[in-house]
Design a protein around this ligand. Structure first.
Ligand SMILES: [Fe+2]
Ligand SMILES: [Fe+2]
Length: 400
């Protein structure tokens, strides 16, 4: 994460751009890496909607405003101007001078055609909705009055529920979440979204799914009461500082305890979202069944998000690494919730290109619902079909 002050210009090194591919492999036998990107420091008056922010942006209080890689819209640009930002680092895409062609053999194309099964419908949040949600979260973090917390979390949960109900979406693309900072407003929205998808797939009634979303949106609001020098400390926390951070779930609970429109379960979900079933959590060290069902769901969503988080002193784990670490936490997390998480999320969407540990480039053609890190893939040159979830191919993993 990068701390910006008004008027600070930063130009950084060339970065490789996103992999760009033809969306219909059958129409073309070549997939071409056509883009690279670098950065340009632009006066804010020259920044236009649709441009991509090269680094995350914080205000003077250290509050996270914009994610690295986020597409800027007119609202955000105006807001940054109002706040006195004079320059923004923008990602600039330009045609690659080194065309890297990947060939798909005839055999591979036939195998892809034969084996391909589309992913189930995924939750998708439109850009406009994301902007509205960000505005709402910003408001909540600057004004923690009960009416604001209740109204805004209600509205955001409604939008998330609509997105989940649309197309009967039952899965979430983890990579699309692009979580990167524990203290962004996005973290709470991501936790709320993941938690709602889990709850829906655990067959909770919609009323409860919505409540779990509200709990996710509010779960870390107590961090507004933690001193910023502790919250944003660019180094590992001391035991004393960690004890201060640990108070945030209690603070979150205190901020919402007297809101009559929130259910008891919602409030308990917020209070207990750091409890662990082996009793190692906080604030009360509750065990298994003592922990509220909402909190068990929030814990899985929150830990996944925290693992992916890049902090000033540690790089976030990749979504795949985070999923693997989460799967090793069966002593601490509810097994039903974990299993539902693993069957509700998509890590490698069908049609994405991956690099296998045997050196082959491959295309994802089908996801294994119970093993999200091990889909079925087809080698682009050999046309070999690898069901990475089967015993026969356990020795092969996806490297990137
Ligand atoms: Fe938390
Ligand atoms: Fe959190």
């Amino acid at each position: 994460m990068k701390r910006y002050k008004t008027g600070v210009n930063v130009l950084s090194n060339l970065r490789k751009g996103a992999f760009h591919m033809d969306s219909d492999c059958f129409a073309s036998e070549q997939i071409t890496n056509t883009k690279e990107s670098d950065e340009l420091c632009l006066p804010i008056d020259e920044v236009k909607p649709g441009m991509t922010c090269a680094h995350s942006i914080e205000d003077r209080l250290g509050r996270h405003l914009v994610n690295s890689g986020a597409e800027l819209n007119s609202y955000v640009i105006e807001k940054l101007k109002d706040m006195g930002f004079e320059y923004i680092d923008i990602q600039v895409h330009r045609p690659s001078q080194h065309k890297e062609d990947l060939k798909i053999s005839r055999k591979a194309m036939l195998a892809i055609q034969r084996e391909r099964r589309p992913d189930p419908p995924k939750v998708q949040l439109g850009r406009q909705i994301k902007t509205q949600i960000t505005k709402g979260m910003e408001l909540m973090y600057t004004d923690t009055q009960p009416t604001v917390l209740s109204d805004v979390s209600d509205r955001i949960a409604d939008e998330l529920l609509k997105a989940i109900l649309k197309n009967n979406a039952v899965t979430l693309n983890l990579v699309e979440l692009e979580t990167c900072d524990e203290y962004t407003f996005n973290h709470s929205v991501d936790v709320g979204t993941i938690a709602m998808v889990i709850a829906k797939n655990m067959n909770y009634p919609l009323r409860n799914v919505r409540e779990i979303g509200v709990a996710g949106i509010l779960h870390d609001i107590g961090k507004t009461k933690i001193p910023l020098e502790v919250l944003n400390k660019p180094a590992r926390l001391t035991d004393e500082e960690f004890a201060i951070i640990k108070k945030h779930s209690l603070y979150s609970y205190e901020l919402i305890r007297d809101i009559p429109t929130l259910s008891e379960q919602t409030k308990l979900g917020v209070l207990e979202h750091h409890e662990k079933i082996d009793g190692s959590g906080y604030p009360n060290g509750l065990l298994g069944e003592q922990i509220s069902p909402y909190a068990k769901i929030l814990a899985v969503a929150d830990i996944y998000d925290a693992l992916c988080t890049t902090r000033p002193y540690k790089k976030g784990y990749t979504p795949r690494e985070s999923v693997e670490m989460l799967s090793a936490m069966t002593d601490q997390l509810d097994i039903d919730v974990l299993n539902t998480f693993f069957t509700s999320m998509v890590l490698y969407p069908v049609d994405s290109i991956v690099k296998l540990s045997n050196g082959e480039e491959a295309k994802v053609v089908r996801n294994n619902r119970t093993m999200i890190t091990r889909p079925v893939v087809v080698g682009l040159e050999t046309g070999n079909v690898y069901d990475l979830g089967s015993l026969a191919h356990l020795d092969i993993v996806i490297d990137s």
